[in-house]
Ligand binder design. Structure first.
Ligand code: PMP
Length: 371
């Protein structure tokens, strides 16, 4: 196969080529079953084996402790903005730290089901930094504090999750993280997290699958109005098969988990290898942007995302030329989100380092022709 272009989409996003090839080879006849995975009953032995391996591999990969359930759901991150308060808030207080577009959305949606409160906001900084944790105004009785551990649009990432106990939060306040756009790109400190959710379409597979990892003692307190298909207790009791799960998404994500577990890098294996590669990819891209007066990234260095790198050209009238030239060189989907403008390079796990090198070479070339 000739080399595919490098796809910098924020999501749905690039997948490992090997995973796509396996899915293509399996398409008409999965492992001699005579069926495509899309055609299988979710209750049949074939699909159950796919599901069980995916669950086991994700647990291993993210080191999810035994007292946390992994749920494979539908609805994406936006549905979880409602599903989390429906399941965890008991209709009481819930706190939010606003760091960009996604936490703004989550906060607004939670207000329909709970008493949503802004503990801190980075809006005054134009969402270029995470408000200092010591300044967070936590409610005394919040059921949880919601953060977005990687803001996809604004390019902001927590390098360390907050330790709510150390911040003086009430013992009943759990940390909820929306980790949609950096799940499986780095490890998660589960001792600090009550619930994590993520849409699959950035680092894990196709859209339509949502991963929820929730500590068992938080399950079973849903509001009566919570739709059954979104009630974590029912979903957990039925091994994510209370309703028909997104079988194709689980299958592809399973192939991606397997791919991550097999990655190697300088003596590291699995997630550690992927994380090392992600750090190197991000470091070289930011270093180039910082060293150039033609491009800029406005996010405070300690809050910069390893996955989503928004940047601006000094001469914005050249944006269309920049994008056309990028496309001609096989560098796709670099246009920034409409709410922010400029450019954005999403460099998820499946973006090879050569893709970042090719982007940097193009940035250099375009800068020269613009001098
Ligand atoms: N949270 C984050 C951090 C996201 O990046 C996205 C999607 N870009 C969402 C939530 C919403 O996901 P969905 O559209 O799948 O509901």
């Amino acid at each position: 196969m000739t080399q595919r272009p490098f796809n910098f989409s924020a999501g749905p996003a690039v997948l490992p080529e090997e995973v796509l090839q396996t899915a293509a080879a399996d398409m008409l006849n999965w492992q001699g079953s005579g069926m495509s995975v899309m055609e299988m009953s979710h209750r049949g032995a074939e699909f159950i084996s796919i599901y069980e391996k995916a669950e086991r591999d994700l647990r291993a990969l993210l080191a999810v402790p035994a007292n946390y359930q992994i749920l494979f759901m539908q609805g994406g991150g936006i549905a979880e903005n409602a599903i989390v308060p429906l399941n965890l808030s008991r209709g009481g207080a819930v706190d939010f730290v606003l760091t960009g577009s996604w936490t703004e959305k989550s906060y607004k949606e939670a207000g329909k089901y709970a008493k949503a409160h802004i503990a801190a906001s980075g809006k005054d900084s134009g969402y270029t930094q995470i408000p200092a944790m010591a300044s967070w105004q936590l409610s005394k009785d919040a059921a949880y504090l919601h953060i977005c551990s990687n803001e996809t649009i604004d390019g902001i990432e927590y390098q360390e999750l907050p330790d709510l106990k150390a911040l003086g939060a009430s013992a009943q306040t759990e940390l909820v993280i929306d980790c949609s756009s950096h799940i499986a790109s780095r490890s998660i400190d589960w001792s600090r997290v009550g619930l994590a959710f993520a849409g699959a379409q950035k680092n894990l597979g196709p859209s339509g699958l949502t991963i929820v990892v929730v500590r068992e003692d938080l399950i079973g307190r849903a509001l009566d109005i919570c739709p059954s298909a979104f009630n974590y207790e029912l979903v957990a009791k039925n091994q994510s098969m209370y309703n028909t799960p997104p079988t194709w998404g689980i299958y592809i994500a399973g192939l991606v988990f397997d791919w991550i577990l097999r990655q190697q890098e300088g003596g590291l294996q699995g997630l550690a290898a992927v994380e090392a590669r992600n750090m190197r990819k991000a470091a070289k891209l930011y270093a180039y942007l910082d060293g150039s007066s033609f491009y800029s990234n406005k996010v405070a260095p300690q809050a910069r995302s390893r996955m989503n790198v928004p940047f601006f050209l000094a001469d914005e009238s050249r944006n269309a030329d920049f994008l056309a030239g990028a496309k001609a060189r096989g560098l796709l989907q670099l246009k920034g989100h409409k709410s922010v403008g400029g450019m954005r390079a999403s460099i998820y796990n499946a973006m090879p380092e050569q893709g970042v090198d090719a982007l940097i070479a193009y940035l250099q070339e375009f800068e020269k022709t613009s001098a």
